[in-house]
Design a protein around this ligand. Structure first.
Ligand code: MSP
Length: 593
């Protein structure tokens, strides 16, 4: 198993020791409803992305978070097709000092900035085919109701108290920092300025009376939760990292700010002089979406999977589960964590001017092409580097040449003049390997191909379960290569439909290759929905034949009838994925602008 050094894994994301206030009335918190997942609810699943800050336009890192959630969710729908069984939420995080300051800098009212940037996220997600069922904005009235109710529950359970907070606050990261996590760097005027050691963002000294959450009481319940459920946080190194953080003491957490300092937020119920801390506000979005505080949320909550970036692990794996336990709920069912995209080896940032605009990428590489690239290249436990040539190379070789070429080889008029799914001949390709006879044409490598494609759906399922979508795509791509090898080996273009010796074998070669393509098309739906649709439509696979339940590969090989045999292929729709080599990418871009 991967046991990477924590620092390397998390980059700037070590657990910031927040505020060091301790409450003298420490007591052991014992009533934690762990493992509250009910089997009857297994048909349901609720996926969430983080909600995105609206201080700046979306970049490819944001899109990546949303795509991972989208692919998991689409895969789930293939497994459990009932439309009502899956929910998928995304949205924008609109309150807090960061947004208040960004609006002031832009000369806009905070609400105006929120409307503008939230609309950009919504448009990006529509364009990128993010299949969310809900988009939440934290400035909505339904959210204020949920947050204030949640606050009331914590208060009623004796988990909030008033105390003096004195320490560093980083508005860019919206988090409290202990002295050990602060360093000095020369500012614009040359003077040394305090900045966060992890993010490099400026910090300022804060001293005020706030409401404090008794986070310290939750260290042991959190440890019990994580030790009892080793899959709670995936990939494993992140689970391990959180447990390691929990080895240290957990200080209580300030959960409000003076309204005179932070007015852009939700007021503390019954105390207008205080505004609720933006992270508490933001995290509750996951409950708002499923109807909290109305009872309907109870059937969805135990099925929750959060997809988050590594920089917000502490908030989701420590603060949020503690708040939930405090409010009498179970921690999230799953937390899937991903790493970051850098650009040509550097961190993406507005100041470096290297932010990659996802909409121009969708435009240049097509929606399916760019989705495929990010999900095929993005490895959750490592940072990944973006550069344009890498996209062109990958898409040309895997989608245009390998997959598109394979489809073309099996459907082109020259090779498949009847335009049908030809019959499979069991004497040419007997189910038992090693048989010899005049009509047996299949070779050992052909059996290896059939076995690889037969096990592909299970492999893909395992990779999705382990949040390794890149591995699922790698496995599909390797089978595509193997299928191209099969076609190349038997060169159907050299066989003659008119010959009674060749014809059954020619039909069999095409049948096997089309069956492989049907499996690839079905499994690619979560990542490249339009391309998969085009592929499956070309094969004549109807909308009701595209679920995982219908994915019985090569039934004729096992002596079962094949519903596709003899069926007319769908109409010709041109190249599956046009090559994007440099000149073409440039032409495409020029054409659109
Ligand atoms: N608003 C908070 C989340 C609140 S959730 C209750 C936030 N917003 S964010 O806009 O800064 O980040 C949203 C997501 O984008 C996070 O998962 C973050 O990890 C991800 N990314 C931001 N930059 C990224 C990269 N460069 N690469 C990949 N993902 C990155 O945090």
């Amino acid at each position: 198993m991967l046991r990477i050094s924590l620092l390397r894994l998390l980059g700037r994301t070590g657990l910031s020791r927040g505020l060091c206030l301790r409450d003298s009335r420490l007591r052991h918190y014992s009533s934690c409803p762990l493992g509250a997942r009910d089997d009857a609810q297994d048909a349901r699943a609720y996926f969430t992305t983080p909600i995105f800050y609206v201080n700046a336009a979306p970049h490819i890192g944001h899109l990546y978070s949303a795509l991972l959630a989208d692919a998991l969710c689409r895969y789930r729908r293939l497994r459990v097709p009932s439309a009502a069984a899956t929910r998928f939420s995304t949205g924008t995080d609109e309150h807090g000092l960061k947004i208040q300051q960004a609006a002031a800098t832009a000369g806009l009212a905070p609400a105006e900035l929120c409307d503008q940037v939230s609309a950009q996220f919504q448009q990006l997600f529509r364009e990128a085919s993010i299949s969310s069922t809900d988009f939440i904005r934290t400035t909505e009235a339904r959210h204020r109701v949920a947050v204030q109710h949640f606050w009331g529950v914590l208060k009623a359970r004796g988990l909030l108290y008033k105390g003096l907070y004195e320490g560093w606050y980083c508005a860019s990261d919206e988090c409290f920092l202990p002295e050990a996590k602060v360093t000095r760097q020369p500012g614009p005027s040359g003077d040394l300025c305090p900045v966060s050691l992890e993010s490099g963002h400026p910090v300022s000294w804060t001293k005020e009376e706030n409401y404090i959450f008794r986070l310290s009481q939750f260290r042991e319940p959190l440890q019990r939760w994580l030790r009892g459920d080793p899959r709670a946080i995936t990939p494993e190194p992140f689970h391990h990292a959180v447990l390691q953080w929990l080895e240290e003491e957990l200080p209580d957490l300030s959960v409000s700010r003076r309204s005179s300092h932070l007015h852009w937020g939700i007021p503390v119920p019954g105390d207008d002089s205080q505004t609720i801390y933006v992270w508490l506000d933001a995290l509750v979005n996951y409950l708002t979406v499923i109807g909290y505080p109305n009872a309907e949320f109870k059937s969805w909550w135990p099925t929750t999977s959060h997809i988050i970036g590594k920089d917000i692990l502490k908030f989701h794996a420590i603060y949020w589960p503690a708040l939930l336990l405090g409010a009498g709920m179970s921690p999230p069912h799953r937390i899937y964590v991903h790493s970051h995209w850098t650009v040509c080896g550097q961190k993406m940032s507005k100041s470096l001017g290297n932010v990659v605009d996802p909409r121009s990428c969708l435009d240049r590489y097509t929606v399916d092409g760019f989705r495929y690239f990010l999900l095929r290249q993005g490895v959750p436990h490592w940072d990944c580097d973006y550069y344009d040539e890498k996209v062109v190379k990958l898409l040309d070789s895997e989608l245009a040449d390998a997959l598109g070429g394979l489809l073309n080889r099996c459907t082109a008029k020259r090779i498949n003049p009847s335009g049908t799914y030809p019959a499979f001949c069991t004497t040419c390709f007997p189910s038992e390997p090693g048989l010899v006879g005049p009509s047996v044409r299949a070779q050992a490598e052909d059996y290896a191909l059939v076995s690889a494609v037969a096990t592909l759906p299970k492999q893909v399922a395992d990779h999705y379960d382990n949040f390794q979508i890149y591995k699922a795509l790698e496995a599909v791509s390797s089978c595509v290569r193997q299928t191209n090898g099969f076609v190349q080996r038997h060169a159907p273009w050299k066989l003659n439909w008119q010959s009674p010796v060749d014809a059954p074998w020619l039909g069999t070669v095409l049948h096997v290759a089309l069956e492989c393509l049907r499996v690839f098309g079905t499994l690619l739906q979560p990542v490249t929905p339009s391309l998969a649709d085009k592929l499956l439509s070309r094969l004549g696979v109807s909308a009701t034949e595209r679920g995982l339940g219908e994915l019985y590969f090569l039934p004729r090989f096992h002596g079962h009838p094949c519903p596709f045999e003899g069926r007319r292929l769908g109409s010709e729709t041109g190249l599956l994925f046009p090559r994007l080599d440099q000149s073409r990418a440039w032409l495409l871009k020029a054409h659109r602008t």
